[in-house]
Each structure stands twice: as structure tokens, then as C-alpha cells.
Design a protein around this ligand. Structure first.
Ligand SMILES: Nc1ncnc2c1ncn2[C@@H]1O[C@H](COP(=O)(O)OP(=O)(O)OP(=O)(O)O)[C@@H](O)[C@H]1O
Length: 605
């Protein structure tokens, strides 16, 4: 069990003694409300804070829990404690149904998800209000027996809220420290890249949303008995989800402790200003604090505190030596060395047959047949817009093929989700680097080590990440954020991430574009080191001297079709290839007045 979980369990056990301390009932009520909001804000944060899918429907799931407990106790005479698992199951079930629909649709992200969940609140409220569950009368719980958990009724409510808060916070902390947590944080930054690196985004979002809704249902069930009279008007308000969002944002939604801090601070503040004009002052003050925090501490209180703490430790950590200093040796275990055999004699590891990809009117790939052989560097060449990146996108699962098939190591992957393609041993880089902007360089590299073909646990993934950072020369940037890197370093970060997943096939999409000549030399040397370890590399590139220096074979694309393939020197001399290249370059050159490169120079570079 993790230290944070043990510490939280210890804290919960200590707090459980409070009802026997003989505090005035006022304090127990106040503590009940703090724990109530801690539980709600922490449960909301599981999906919405970590993955950025802001839900404004938390009130709906809280309300479902309220009505489930209220109905089962008052109309079916269930013992109250038995109704809480039912409340959780109902809320989680409805949440899962909404998630099943919403998370399948690529477009339902960000504000659309927020609106969808808000609409859910109104739908649930309308259904409940107009059904026998409420029937417009509300549900009374005056006659429901309160379980004797504490010495007093207030003590019992306090203990129930403490249990719900402990459940939510421990779940939040456990997820935060698990691979699920890093997967959700990656979804927050770039969901498509997370999926291509092996994060099962749909499953993660769905499971976390159901858990988040289920916990809200438990809190609702407890609160039903606390208020003892449940009405749709008081339950399904926009104020409740808004309050929860503000609490999590104030505390910091990217850390499990953020909602705890935010919920405690806001509840205490509102408690300090109760009644009449004081309440108005309290609300005004809360709003003002929120504005200040959002403007000056966008990461929230906990996020900002962690920033200061990590800045002070950065220097010391940068000195940390990597677990294994011999990175190329690590590479040898990562990718089995290939015997020096002729390119044509190597076995085929990936075969694309008749692959078509259409984007509405645009036919980006028009029946492409490509074979990639184990251990080779295959160059993908072609004029701009000829379909090279689209080919990488369909092989990596980023886009589904329109028709045709792709087989990798004997398994058909053309309709497999991208995270499973990554897991099976295919990694890629992006033409324009797409790092996870809120994760450190080390975390960026550790993520594919966890979710890619390597499938390491979090600690082993971090050790592996250090090795790949050393291999790519980024070790001293391990604790920096990607925004602090220059283009050269960001391109090398793309390399490190792709390598960390321990792929059998590594696809490099224009990794040299935008680099200076000496940076290109560095990158070519790095690709040589990767090749020397026997990796299979697909290399999309316009920098001819690098293509000619590195590639065993090349495939030339034109207008979404394969124009030519074979040995680089020979293919680049073919008239149709010269025509395709010189055609586009001539157009480009006449537009820019730039001199044309001579084909002979290109071929002999
Ligand atoms: N997501 C998309 N939606 C619509 N059209 C697209 C999309 N992606 C690519 N295309 C189109 O598909 C065609 C092939 O594009 P692709 O990016 O694969 O070419 P490329 O050979 O990689 O070009 P470049 O060398 O400039 O990167 C182009 O006409 C492009 O506009």
C-alpha cells in the first residue's frame, strides 16, 4: 500500500474519534459540511480535474443518489446503510450510460461534454419530478431510522460524511499515483497523442466517470437523510456543480489534494460569514479569492505550492545520475539486433495492402501497397501532400483506414484502436512535436514506457525514461516542462518518447524539419545509433542528404499512390521520380525564386 494511502487512512481514523470529543453540535455540523464538499469535489475531480472533461452534471448524479436512498428507505423500508451501495450503483450506471455515448464521439470534448452533462441534470430532474419517484411532492425521510454509528445524530452524520470523503480522497490519491492517473493527465493535455502512445482513453474515461458518479451518488444518499426532505427543485440546481468546480479549481484540479484544500477553504469561508449581510460578504469574498487565484495561480493553491517546491528541488534532482549510464546497451535489450542481411532478404514485419484513406472529398491514400522489412530503414518520400503523413497516421491507428488492410507481425491492425497498435509494438513521432505540455520531460518519456510495448510499471518506466533521456541528450532537462525546450530538444523529446515504448517499428515523421545543419547531423547520428541496434525505422523526410545517408530502401509517394520503390540511388534516378520531384520543386522555386537543387547532387548526397 502506498504511503499516501496509509497516511490518509490514519488521518481518517483519527478524525473518526471527533464525535466522542464532546464538541458542540455546531462544530459537528460544520465538519459534516466540510467533509460533504470534500467528498463531492474530490469525486468530481477524478475525471474532470485529471482528464479535463469538465462535468457540470455532478448535481444529477448526486441527485440520483439522494432519490435512490430516499425512495428505498421511505417507500421500501430498506435499512439506510444498505441504500448507499444502491445509490452508488444507480449513479454510476447512469454515468456509465452517458459516458458510453459521449466518449465514443470524437467531437464531444471540452465545452461540448460540459454542456452534455449540464443537459443531463435537466433531463434527470424532469424525469424524477414527473414520475412517482417524486411526483412533485418531494420525499420525506423523517420516519427513517438513523444508524447508531456515533454517540449523537450529528456525530453519525459526521461519520457518514467522513466515510464518503475518505473513500473519495483515497480513490483520488490512488488513481493519481497509478498508471490510470498519468493516463488521465495525458488525456487532459492531448488525448489523441495519449491514445497513440498506448493509453486506453475510452476505457479510462468511462471507468473514471462511472466511479466519479458513483461516489457522488453515495454523498447524495447520505445528504438525503441529513436534509430529511428531498425535492427536485433543491437538488438539481446549477449552484451545486458550479460550487464543486470552483472548489477543485481553487485548490488545484491536477492534484488529488487540490479539491480537499479548495473545498475546506470555501466551506470555512462561507461558514465564517453566515446570515444576513454577512453571507453576502462571504460570497463576495469567495468570488474575489477565486478571481485572484485564477489570475495569479492558474494551477490552484496546491498546484502553485508544488511548483515552488519542485523549483527548489530542481537543482538537486538535475544532478541525479541515471540508473544505467550505458544507454546504448539498454537499446540493445530494447530492440534485438538484426543480422547484416540484404534489405530485400529481410522478412516482412508490416504489410499495407490496398490502403485507402479519404477525408470527405480528399483522397489522401489511393490504394497503397507497402512492405516494411524487419531491421531496415525505409524512407517514405514524395512531394508535399502526397500522403506520407497520412500513411503514418493510418498505420499508427491515429486514423482508421477507409479500406484496405494493414498487417503487423502477422496480426491485422487496420481496425484496431490506436492504443492497442502502440501496445503491439509500433511507435511514431509527430512532424510538429506534440508533447504533453503539463507533464515534465521525464514524465513525457515515462508515459510511453508504461503504456507502449514495454508495458513497465510506473517506477520501472521512470528508470527507463532516464535511460532514454540520456540516450537522446536530454537528461539535464528531465524536470523541465516541454515549453522550456527549443525545437531541437522538442524533436529529440519526440525521439525519446517513441524509443521509450520499445517499439518493433519506429515511424519518424519529418524529425529533421526546422533543424539547423548541425542539429540535423546530431539527429542523423542518433538515428544511426538506433538503426545500429537493429530497429525497423520508417523515415518520412525531405532532407535528401539524410535520406540518402540512412535509408536501405525508399518508397516514393505521389498523389496518394506509390510511384516507385527500391534502393535510394536507383529510385532517385528514375525519370518519373525526377519528374515528380522537379515538378513540385520547380513550382516552389518559381514561386520563391530559389535555385533548384540538381538531381545528381541529391542522388549522390
Ligand atoms: N485530417 C485531414 N483532413 C483533411 N484532409 C487531410 C487531413 N490530413 C491530410 N489531409 C490531406 O491529405 C493529403 C495528404 O496529406 P499528407 O499530410 O499525408 O501529405 P504529406 O505527404 O505528408 O505532406 P507533407 O510532406 O507536406 O507533410 C493532403 O491533400 C492533405 O491536405
Amino acid at each position: 500500500m502506498r504511503r499516501s494511502t496509509i497516511a490518509l487512512l490514519g488521518a481518517a481514523a483519527l478524525l473518526a474519534t471527533v464525535p466522542w470529543l464532546g464538541l458542540p453540535p455546531f462544530f459537528e455540523s460544520m465538519l459534516y459540511l466540510i467533509l460533504h464538499w470534500v467528498a463531492l469535489a474530490s469525486s468530481w475531480n477524478l475525471l474532470s480535474g485529471y482528464s479535463g472533461y469538465f462535468s457540470f452534471g455532478h448535481g444529477a448524479f448526486f441527485g440520483i443518489g439522494m432519490y435512490t436512498s430516499a425512495t428505498l428507505t421511505s417507500k421500501f423500508d430498506w435499512p439506510f446503510l444498505w441504500t448507499l451501495p444502491a445509490a452508488a450503483a444507480m449513479a454510476a450506471g447512469v454515468g456509465a450510460l452517458i459516458g458510453l455515448a459521449a466518449f465514443r464521439v470524437h467531437a464531444v470534448r471540452a465545452e461540448l461534454f460540459a454542456l452534455l452533462t449540464l443537459a443531463t441534470t435537466f433531463v434527470v430532474a424532469t424525469v424524477i419530478l414527473n414520475s412517482p419517484v417524486d411526483g412533485g411532492q418531494g420525499v420525506y425521510l423523517n420516519a427513517v431510522a438513523l444508524p447508531a454509528l456515533g454517540p449523537t445524530a450529528q456525530g453519525t452524520f459526521y461519520l457518514l460524511a467522513l466515510g464518503a470523503a475518505a473513500l473519495s480522497v483515497i480513490a483520488a490519491a490512488a488513481i493519481y499515483h497509478a498508471r490510470l492517473g498519468i493516463g488521465l493527465l495525458a488525456i487532459h493535455d492531448d488525448e489523441d497523442v495519449a491514445e497513440v502512445m498506448g493509453v486506453p482513453t475510452f476505457r479510462y474515461k468511462l471507468g473514471t466517470f462511472a466511479l466519479s458518479c458513483g461516489l457522488a451518488g453515495v454523498v447524495g444518499g447520505i445528504h438525503a437523510l441529513f436534509v430529511s426532505y428531498v425535492t427536485a427543485g433543491d437538488t438539481f440546481t446549477i449552484t451545486m456543480p458550479l460550487t464543486v468546480v470552483l472548489m477543485a479549481v481553487l485548490g488545484g484540479s491536477r492534484h488529488w489534494a487540490g479539491p480537499v484544500v479548495g473545498a475546506t477553504a470555501i466551506t470555512l469561508l462561507l461558514f465564517a460569514f453566515t446570515g444576513g449581510e454577512a453571507a453576502v460578504v462571504g460570497k463576495g469574498l469567495t468570488g474575489l479569492i477565486l478571481i485572484v487565484v485564477i489570475l495569479f495561480m492558474p494551477e490552484g493553491i496546491v498546484g502553485q505550492a508544488m511548483k515552488w517546491w519542485s523549483a527548489s528541488r530542481k537543482k538537486a534532482l538535475a544532478q541525479r545520475s541515471s540508473p544505467a549510464s550505458d544507454a546504448p546497451a539498454a537499446m540493445a535489450t530494447a530492440v534485438p539486433a538484426a543480422a547484416p542481411v540484404a534489405a530485400d532478404a529481410r522478412p516482412v514485419i508490416l504489410r499495407a495492402t490496398g490502403v485507402r484513406k479519404h477525408f470527405r472529398g480528399v483522397q489522401a491514400l489511393r490504394g497503397v501497397d507497402v512492405e516494411i522489412r524487419r531491421g531496415e530503414i525505409l524512407g517514405l518520400l514524395g512531394p508535399n501532400g502526397s500522403g506520407k503523413s497520412t500513411f503514418i497516421n493510418v498505420v499508427s491507428g491515429h486514423f482508421a483506414v477507409t479500406s484496405g488492410s494493414i498487417d503487423f507481425a502477422g496480426v491485422r491492425i487496420s481496425h484496431v484502436p490506436a492504443h492497442r497498435v502502440a501496445r503491439s509494438g509500433i511507435a511514431r513521432t509527430y512532424q510538429i512535436p506534440r508533447p504533453f505540455s503539463h507533464l515534465t520531460v521525464l514524465q513525457n518519456v515515462g508515459l510511453p514506457a508504461m503504456f507502449g510495448a514495454a508495458g513497465l510499471d510506473r517506477r520501472a518506466a521512470e528508470d527507463a525514461a532516464w535511460q532514454w533521456l540520456e540516450f537522446t541528450g536530454l537528461k539535464d532537462k528531465a524536470h523541465a516542462l516541454p515549453d522550456d525546450l527549443n525545437l531541437h530538444q522538442r524533436k529529440f523529446l519526440e525521439f525519446a518518447r517513441a524509443l521509450a515504448s520499445r517499439p518493433q517499428v519506429l515511424m519518424l515523421d519529418e524529425v529533421l524539419s526546422g533543424l539547423t545543419p548541425s542539429e540535423i547531423d546530431d539527429a542523423v547520428a542518433l538515428i544511426r545509433r538506433i538503426r545500429d541496434q537493429g530497429a525497423t525505422i520508417v523515415f518520412v523526410e525531405h532532407v535528401m542528404r539524410a535520406v540518402m545517408a540512412l535509408c536501405d530502401r525508399i518508397v516514393v509517394f505521389e498523389q496518394g499512390q506509390v510511384l516507385a520503390e527500391g534502393a535510394p540511388q536507383e529510385v532517385m534516378q528514375r525519370p518519373e521520380v525526377v519528374a515528380a520531384y522537379l515538378g513540385t520543386q520547380a513550382e516552389d522555386a518559381s514561386a520563391s525564386q530559389a535555385p533548384l537543387p540538381r538531381m545528381a547532387e541529391v542522388a549522390h548526397a
